[in-house]
Design a protein around this ligand. Structure first.
Ligand code: DGJ
Length: 720
C-alpha cells in the first residue's frame, strides 16, 4: 500500500498513513499544532479519545473558557514560556526576545521530498516512494518561521521529520536548541531502551521503566559515540523480539546529539532527539535559514525484530547512497592485527599471496604506511607514503597486489594530525583549540578543524593525490579521538558540516570505491555516516564471543551487511579469549565478513579450513545480501540465536551460540520463527527434513555443547 496523507475537518486534521503506521495531527484553538495519534495504522481518525481539559492547580490556561492548557497538550513544536513547562523543542533568543510562540500557518503536500541543505538525508527510491507534508508555523513578533517536513514512506512503519528555521526579522537571532524530533504521547506504560557502551564494549541494551522527569542519553564528543548511539526506543512492557508495540527513533547525524524522554506530572510522554544544546548554538542573521538534521520515527507492532526490519529496509532502500549497497562486498584481509605498524612491502605481499591462495579478494593496508608512523605517537596529517617501508610507493604496491589478482584498499584517518606533522607546523591554527589553553591530547593526536574550508581543500588535495591513481578499491575511514577545546558553540556542528562536505566530494568523485567507516570501532556508527559509507567496523574488540552481544545490539538498527566482522587470531588480541576457528567463522559469517589473521602463523590445517570457510561464505554472499536478519529468543541469557532467511522463505541459516558451558543443562526446544509453515526444509548437513510448522511449533534440539564459547550453524533449504 502506498503512503497517504489525508486532510479532514475543514483541513484542521491531517492523517499520514501507510500499511503499518498512522500519524495524526490537529490544529487546536486555531493556532496550536498538536499530535493526536502515532502508532499502528488506523483506517480513519475520528478523535475517539478526546482528552478533557479540567481546572488544575498551577495550570496556565491558554484559553480560560475551556481550560485548554499547553501543559497537558501533545504539542508538535513545543517552546518555552507559554505554559508548557516540559522540555522545549525550539529555543531562540534575540536582544528583546526570550521565548517564542509558534502559531500554525498552513500545511501542504509536496510533489517530492526535499533534501536537506548540506546534510545527509533519506530519499525516495523505486523500492519505496514517499509523500511529504510541509508544515509552516510562525512567530510574527520574533520574525521567525519554522517549516517542518514530515515524510511518510510506502514501506515499513517509517516517518521522518526535519525542519528549517528562517529568520525573517531584521535582527540577529540565536538558536539555543533546535531538536529534530519532538513527539508527544498520551499516558501509557512504556519502557525506555537505547544502546550504550564504551570502546571495545559497544551496543549494550540499556533498558528501564520510564520514571517521572527527564531521562536522557547524549554525546557531547563531536561524534555520535559508542557511549550512546543516537537512538531511543520506547516499548510496551510485554514487548519481546517477536511481538509488542514498539517505537524507535534514530538521528541521521554523526556529531553530538541529545535524546530525551520526559514523563510529565500527568504522565504524558515527550520524546526528543536532535542536536545537543550543551555544545550547540547558532547565530541566524536577518534573512538566514538553519536546517536541522533529519530524525527517523519507526513504529512496529511486531516486536523488536519488526522494528529492526523497518530500519534495515529503510536504510537499504532510502538512505545508503553507495553503489555497493546492493552489491556483494569483496572478502578482505586487513593488515592491522597481524602487522600493526610494522609494515614492509615484502610482508604485505606475502600476506596478499597467502590470502589469495585461500580465496581472499582484497588486501587492506591499515595504519602504519605513511612517513613517521612506527607507533601511534606521530605521523598523522601529511599522508606521504613511507618509502623505507614501501619502496615502490602506494601505487607500486597496489599494482603488485592487483597483479596477484587482488584488489587493494587503504586506511586513512583524515580528520586528525600529529603535532610533528608538516601540516601542523605550517598551519598551527588548523587544529581545534581554545586560545591560550594547551589542547587536550588523545592518542597523541589532534583534531583538524573541519569547519575551516582551507582544511577541507587541503584534505581533498591530499586524498586526490593518492586516489587518483585509480588502484585503490576500498578506503577504511578511521577517526580515533573526540573533539575537545572547542572555542565556541557553533564549531562542533560546523565541523560535521565540513566532514559531510568532504565525504560528499569524495564519494561522488570516486563512486567505485567501497568506503568503510570506523571510529576505533563503533565510535561513529550512525545513519549519517551510513549515507556515505555502506559498511562500518563495529568494534575494536574483535573477539567472536564479545561480538555476539555487540552485533546483536547494533542489529537493532543496522543490517548485517552494514556491520563488518573479521576472523582474527586466537588468543584474541583485545581480551585474550581462546576460540576455535570454526566458532570465529560461524559468528562472523552472519555479517559482512573479513579476515585479520597473520596467515604466516596459521598451520596448514587452519589454512585449509579457512579456505573452505571463505569459499562457503562467497557462495552464501548473495543470499546474505538479499535476506532478512532476526534475533531469535532464547530461554537462557547465556545463549544467542540468530536467523537469516531469504524473502521467499526458501532458504535459511540459524546460528546458536553458547557463551559458557553450564551444569544442570535443561533441554528445552529451540523454536524457530519466520519460516513458511507449509514449506518442507532440509538440513543441508544431515539431509533430515521437516515442515516449517514443526520447526516453529515443536522446535529443534541442538547437541550438548560441553565447552565454553561455542557456535553452531545450521543451513536449511526448501525441498519439493
Ligand atoms: C582503530 C581501528 O578500529 C583499528 O581497526 C585500526 O584501524 C586502528 N585504528 C589503526 O590505528
Amino acid at each position: 500500500m502506498k503512503a497517504k496523507i489525508e486532510f479532514s475537518n475543514e483541513k484542521r486534521v491531517c492523517h499520514l498513513s501507510n500499511r503499518e503506521v498512522s500519524l495524526v495531527l490537529e490544529v487546536k484553538e486555531g493556532k496550536v499544532l498538536t499530535y493526536r495519534y502515532f502508532g499502528k495504522k488506523i483506517k480513519e481518525f475520528n478523535n475517539s479519545f478526546n482528552q478533557p481539559f479540567i481546572s488544575r492547580g498551577f495550570s496556565t490556561t491558554y484559553n480560560s473558557e475551556n481550560y485548554y492548557s499547553l501543559s497537558e497538550e501533545l504539542i508538535f513544536s513545543p517552546t518555552k514560556g507559554m505554559g508548557d513547562f516540559r522540555i522545549s523543542a525550539l529555543d531562540v533568543t534575540a536582544d528583546d526576545i526570550n521565548h517564542i510562540e509558534l502559531k500554525f500557518k498552513d500545511w501542504k503536500i509536496l510533489d517530492a521530498k526535499p533534501s536537506i541543505l548540506n546534510l545527509p538525508s533519506s530519499f525516495e527510491s523505486k523500492e519505496s516512494g514517499s509523500l511529504t507534508l510541509q508544515i509552516t508555523q510562525l512567530d510574527q513578533i520574533a520574525g521567525l518561521e519554522l517549516i517542518t517536513y514530515l515524510t511518510i514512506f510506502d514501506i515499513a512503519g517509517i516517518i521522518t521529520r526535519s525542519s528549517v528555521i528562517k529568520n525573517y526579522s531584521n535582527k540577529e537571532i540565536t538558536i539555543n536548541k533546535a531538536t529534530s524530533l519532538s513527539l508527544d504521547f498520551y499516558p501509557q506504560d512504556f519502557d525506555f531502551f537505547s544502546l550504550t557502551g564504551a570502546h571495545t564494549n559497544e551496543a549494550n541494551i540499556n533498558e528501564f521503566k520510564l520514571h517521572k522527569g527527564v531521562q536522557k542519553i547524549e554525546s557531547t564528543r563531536g561524534a555520535s559515540s559508542p557511549q550512546h548511539n543516537p537512538f531511543i526506543g520506547l516499548k510496551a512492557p510485554n514487548t519481546d523480539q517477536y511481538q509488542g508495540n514498539c517505537y524507535g527513533f534514530n538521528l541521521i547525524y554523526s556529531g553530538s546529539f541529545l535524546g530525551e524522554v520526559e514523563l510529565s506530572q500527568y504522565e504524558h510522554i515527550r520524546v526528543q532527539l536532535g542536536l545537543n544544546p550543551e555544545v550547540f548554538e547558532w547565530k541566524l542573521n536577518a534573512g538566514q535559514e538553519f536546517y536541522t538534521p533529519e530524525a527517523v520515527l519507526n513504529y512496529s507492532d511486531k516486536g523488536l525484530n519488526g522494528l529492526s526490519q523497518n530500519f534495515h529496509e529503510f536504510y537499504k532502500n532510502n538512505l545508503i547512497t553507495s553503489k555497493w549497497n546492493n552489491k556483494e562486498r569483496p572478502l578482505l584481509i586487513n593488515t592491522w592485527e597481524s602487522m600493526y605498524f610494522d609494515i614492509t612491502e615484502e610482508k604485505v605481499l606475502n600476506l596478499a599471496s597467502k590470502a589469495k591462495e585461500v580465496g581472499i579478494e582484497l588486501l587492506v593496508l591499515d595504519d602504519g604506511w605513511f612517513e613517521n608512523r612506527n607507533n601511534d605517537k606521530t605521523g598523522l596529517g601529511d599522508w606521504v607514503c613511507d618509502k623505507t617501508k614501501l619502496p615502490n610507493g602506494i601505487e607500486g604496491l597496489a599494482t603488485k597486489i592487483n597483479d596477484l589478482g587482488m584488489k587493494f584498499g587503504l586506511w586513512f584517518e583524515p580528520e586528525m594530525a600529529s603535532l610533528d606533522s608538516n601540516v601542523i607546523k605550517e598551519n598551527p591554527s588548523w587544529i581545534i583549540r581554545s586560545k591560550g589553553y594547551d589542547p587536550a591530547v588523545s592518542r597523541y593526536q589532534f583534531v583538524l578543524d573541519l569547519s575551516n574550508d582551507d582544511v577541507i581543500e587541503y584534505l581533498k588535495t591530499k586524498l586526490d593525490s593518492i586516489l587518483e591513481c585509480g588502484k585503490i578499491s576500498y578506503i577504511k575511514w578511521d577517526m580515533n579521538r573526540n573533539i575537545t577545546d572547542v572555542s565556541n558553540k557553533q564549531l562542533q556542528h560546523k565541523y560535521i558540516l565540513g566532514l559531510y562536505k568532504l565525504l560528499n566530494y569524495l564519494t561522488n568523485k570516486y563512486p567505485e570505491i567501497l568506503f568503510e567507516s570506523c571510529a576505533s570501532g563503533g565510535g561513529r556508527l550512525d545513519p549519517g555516516m551510513l549515507y556515505y559509507m555502506p559498511q562500518c567496523w563495529t568494534s575494536d574488540n574483535s573477539d567472536a564471543i564479545s561480538r555476539l552481544k555487540i552485533q546483536s545490539g547494533y542489529s537493532l538498527m543496522y543490517s548485517p551487511m552494514v556491520l563488518t566482522n573479521h576472523i582474527t587470531t586466537s588468543p584474541n588480541h583485545q581480551i585474550g579469549r581462546v576460540t576455535e576457528l570454526k566458532v570465529r567463522y560461524n559468528i562472523g559469517s552472519f555479517f559482512n565478513l573479513g579476515v585479520e589473521l597473520n596467515l604466516e602463523n596459521c598451520s596448514q590445517e587452519e589454512l585449509d579450513d579457512l579456505k573452505q570457510y571463505i569459499s562457503q561464505y562467497k557462495n552464501d554472499r548473495k543470499f546474505l545480501l538479499d535476506s532478512q536478519f532476526y534475533r531469535l529468543q532464547t530461554t537462557d541469557s547465556n545463549d544467542f540465536m540468530w536467523l537469516i532467511i531469504n524473502k521467499e522463505k526458501t532458504e535459511f541459516k540459524v546460528l546458536i551460540a553458547k557463551v559458557l558451558s553450564k551444569p544442570g543443562i535443561v533441554f528445552s526446544p529451540f523454536k524457530l520463527k519466520y519460516l513458511n509453515p507449509e514449506f518442507k526444509y532440509q538440513n543441508q548437513e544431515t539431509q533430515e527434513s521437516y515442515y516449517g510448522d514443526e520447526l516453529m511449533e515443536n522446535g529443534v534440539s541442538f547437541p550438548r555443547l560441553r565447552k565454553d564459547f561455542q557456535a553452531l550453524v545450521y543451513h536449511f533449504k526448501k525441498i519439493n
